[in-house]
Design a binder for this molecule. Structure first.
Ligand SMILES: *Cc1c(COP(=O)(O)O)cnc(C)c1O
Length: 356
């Protein structure tokens, strides 16, 4: 018997069914590769990489660029292998014992529960309302009653698509107790715009996490970042290995960030597609469409599991949540190219109209 770490055997796995989908709209990815101008610049940049050196300069260059854009210092920026690594490290740093409570809404990003467990902390979900709005008083009270170490809000929320106003976030930041860090996971902020970054200077316990994986279509490179006070960044940095980011990802994210204006039209197109698809889905009998501020739409349908099977049989991959709390009979569909969206919509229409 190998002597694995206590609790490892009982760790849940991240369960996504992956196949060779014809239409892949199950992971909120961007269904377009790099814009051609970005690709050109990037290939030139990669040909000049110093493969023999630890990527110190590249790490600082990206931090500085991100800091400048937010009128912060590079000491306020921490990079990670996707925002996943950042969130995982934050849970680790604010966890460590069962007495450390981490509060997050549910349904929200399914990994929060898993990171809380991995960090040996106690995860405390706060149920969202029927329409997926957040009862802010209830959230604040839970954080305070549990004397939580970390509170997390995903804004806009995955998988419901719900956006919370900056004033709601500010209310939470103002009313949770002073020994609690507040993480705002802004993985989809580029589709929404109402960021909490402006609250950082007045709220020293606030942390904002961002990713290059969604709006910037860089899921393969695994790059994310967090913005916070120097004091928080200094502490969280201790949990990272030296040189934890590789130069290929750093150089890629650096070019993409420099050229982020190139992404504005496609972000606008994704938003337009989300609006179009939400309206179309709303016309289908028995389908509830939840308002979304992201690049995906969540629907509820009584025969969701059967519909999902039908879509799978047609090579269309959407995200089905099975019996996850609050998400019974829900399917999440990310926006693909216009033609792809027309195809999955057609398949859903056939099914719900009994023509499948
Ligand atoms: C996709 C996603 C992330 C993490 O993405 P990375 O690829 O690890 O940067 C974090 N939070 C939410 C809510 C997400 O949907």
């Amino acid at each position: 018997m190998l002597k694995y770490r206590t609790g490892l055997k009982d760790m849940p796995s991240y369960d996504v069914v992956e196949r060779d989908w014809q239409i892949k709209v199950n992971a909120n990815e961007c269904n377009m590769n790099l814009p051609p101008m970005v690709e050109d610049r990037l290939m030139g940049r990669l040909s000049r990489v110093a493969f023999n050196r630890y990527p110190n300069e590249e790490y600082d260059a990206l931090r500085e660029q991100i800091a400048d854009n937010h009128k912060l210092q590079k000491e306020n920026v921490l990079l990670g292998s996707g925002s996943s690594e950042i969130i995982e490290k934050l849970f680790y740093c604010f966890g460590g014992t069962k007495a450390k409570k981490i509060v997050y809404p549910e349904p929200s990003f399914s990994m929060y529960r898993i990171y809380a467990k991995a960090a040996q902390a106690t995860g405390i979900p706060v149920a969202l309302e029927e329409d997926f709005s957040l009862d802010i008083e209830k959230f604040v009270n839970t954080v305070n009653e549990e004397k939580a170490a970390l509170a997390v809000i995903c804004n806009p929320n995955n998988p419901t698509g719900t956006g919370y106003s900056v004033s709601d976030i500010e209310y939470i930041a103002d009313n949770i107790h002073g020994n609690c860090a507040l993480l705002i996971d802004e993985a989809y902020i580029e589709f929404y715009g109402r960021t909490a970054v402006g609250l950082l200077s007045s709220h020293p316990n606030l942390i904002v996490a961002r990713t290059f994986s969604k709006a910037y279509g860089l899921a393969s490179a695994r790059v994310g970042y967090m913005l916070a006070s120097t004091a928080i960044v200094t502490m969280i940095e201790k949990a990272y290995m030296p040189y934890h980011m590789n130069v290929l990802s750093l150089a890629t994210a650096d070019i993409v960030y420099q050229m982020r204006h190139e992404y504005v039209p496609r972000i606008q197109m994704m938003i337009a597609e989300r609006k179009r698809m939400s309206a179309e889905l709303g016309k289908l009998p028995g389908v509830t469409v939840y308002p979304s501020e992201t690049n995906f739409v969540l629907i509820r349908y009584a025969k969701a599991a059967k519909l999902n099977e039908y879509l799978e049989s047609k090579g269309i991959g959407v995200r089905c949540f099975g019996d996850a709390p609050g998400l019974k009979n829900c399917l999440r569909i990310s926006m693909g190219l216009r033609e792809e969206n027309d195809q999955w919509l057609d398949a859903i229409r056939q099914f719900v109209e009994g023509r499948a």
